[in-house]
Write a new protein. Structure first.
Length: 260
């Protein structure tokens, strides 16, 4: 089972589950924990191979990483904890996992908060992925990760996010990184489905105004998905919860409170 940490609220029966992105860990939510604990029960997860969720023997001999299998890792934890329904908050690749979970287990998802959401890989992103596939077994993965982090988060005010993600990525094994990289390089059909099919679950997309790779697609998605809203944080890049935590926390907590 995934490594996780929970924080119980003394009176609330609402749960918020935080899902990080590829190469990160649950530590990226450290700027959210204090504020969200005041209102909700909290579940922090380390995805397979990340943080304290070290690869087990079964995974060591299997290359079968799919979005469904990683989604089921999350469901295994909420089942074990007896959590019938939760709000889910994700960042970057974590938003894809949350949307996949909502497709497979819609009754378990009270709402989705999608920070730095990925709904389409544009041409530049796809070229980068192809280059990564070519060089992934030749170049040390941390070089690739630093390069991708810089392309996604290029500005001076994105530096903290870049450093945080690179620091967490260093804890991955090379083979683990390659598995995740292959997974993310094969997501176009899944993302096309997510863009096309609306889902009857309240969804807040919260994006940085400088998230130039992914924001344009989210703006289009929100116009066509009935239960979706978009909040754009100016002077902010991809990792909104790290770069602008005060605004992120206020907007998300207000959104979740309004759903009651």
């Amino acid at each position: 089972m995934l490594h996780y940490t929970k924080y119980l609220h003394k009176s609330s029966n609402e749960w918020v589950t935080f899902v990080h992105g590829a190469g990160g860990s649950s530590t990226i939510w450290y700027k959210q924990l204090r504020d969200f604990k005041k209102h909700f029960n909290i579940l922090l997860l380390d995805l397979r191979g990340h943080g304290n969720s070290k690869p087990n023997l079964k995974d060591a001999f299997s290359d079968k990483y799919t979005f469904d299998s990683i989604t089921d890792d999350i469901v295994e934890v909420i089942d074990f904890e007896g959590i019938k329904k939760s709000h889910f908050i994700g960042i970057s690749l974590g938003t894809i996992l949350i949307r996949n979970l909502a497709e497979k287990y819609p009754t378990r998802v009270a709402s989705m908060v999608m920070g730095g959401a990925i709904m389409k890989l544009n041409l530049r992103s796809q070229v980068l992925m192809r280059l990564g596939v070519i060089f992934k077994s030749i170049v040390p993965y941390i070089w690739l990760y630093k390069f991708f982090a810089f392309v996604i988060m290029p500005n001076k005010n994105h530096r903290e996010s870049r450093l945080l993600f690179v620091r967490e990525a260093k804890k991955l094994y090379q083979k683990e990184f390659i598995r995740w990289f292959k997974l993310t390089s094969e997501i176009n059909p899944l993302l096309r489905f997510f863009r096309t099919v609306d889902i009857e679950i309240p969804t807040l997309y919260i994006m940085g105004g400088e998230d130039y790779l992914f924001l344009p697609t989210i703006e289009k998605v929100v116009k066509s998905h009935r239960m979706s809203q978009l909040a754009v944080i100016e002077n902010c890049g991809h990792v909104v919860n790290v770069e602008q935590p005060v605004i992120f926390n206020d907007r998300v907590i207000q959104y979740l409170s309004d759903l009651r």
